[in-house]
Design a protein around this ligand. Sequence first.
Ligand code: CA
Ligand code: ZN
Length: 299
Amino acid sequence: METLSRESGIIYDFNKQHKPVKTVASGTTIEIETYDCFQNQIQSSDTVIAEMDWNQINPATGPIYVEGAKPGDVLKVNIEKIELENQGVMMVGPKLGVLGHRITDMEVKIVPIQDDKAMFNDIAIPLNPMIGVIGVAPAGEGVNCGTPGEHGGNMDNKMVAEGATLYFPVFTEGALFGLGDMHAAMGDGEISVSGIEIPGKATVTLEVLKGVSLQHPMLENDEVFTQIVSAKTLDEACSIATEEMIDRIVEKSGLPLSDVTMLMSATGQTEICQMVDPLMTARFVVPKWLLKQLNINLI
Ligand code: CA
Ligand code: ZN
């Protein structure tokens, strides 16, 4: 299996100008090692936040050039495996997250992983290993790894977990894929601005799909198919995600818009990925049992 260490290359923005650190054929499975979102700068609760280098934030390992990927294609990313290291960290700070207006000091907490639980003081939190930053180079200028968009990026979507498959629109030759910002656990919203941030390894299979059109990333797992959209407000992100999903189901099923709208109102879920990054991310979630009854595939 191919591997890519975090020392071999990281990016702080998804950008078509970056030189790839690795080139792989479509269909390659690769194990990618990641730093945490602080680039492993916080190793103990004594770390002096003021002395941290805030330019070293949200590194994604990559970029990886996937042979054959051209603008207009789709990059399919199957998340085969997520392995966490043994210590996570969380943070709160003034002006950060939903409670930032009431938090007066920067504070970090080390969260060790023991017996498949994240230990927050003596509280054992079940693990939900997931990838916060994952995507491809966008069409225009670079987008920093703290911001989500049509290219993916910092979507902080807890469904980006083992067994999930992501689909990204490709904007540049080779796609220039990267990932980072792993979380041992995170709730929808990521309200403090940090999940349980942790370094680790993700094993993914990268495959180029031709003849599929996509405006924003999609994700599927065993149970659901989802449309992921990031926008200035959650209202906007939810509306666009819903509308794109409905348009896709109308196109694939041939059913009238009114029927699909009613069906989505009865069975679809509008969910928040995160509400703390420069753009907000939402997902519209459709159960696969419904797609089966409609006899359609969304990709
Ligand atoms: Ca993040
Ligand atoms: Zn994170």
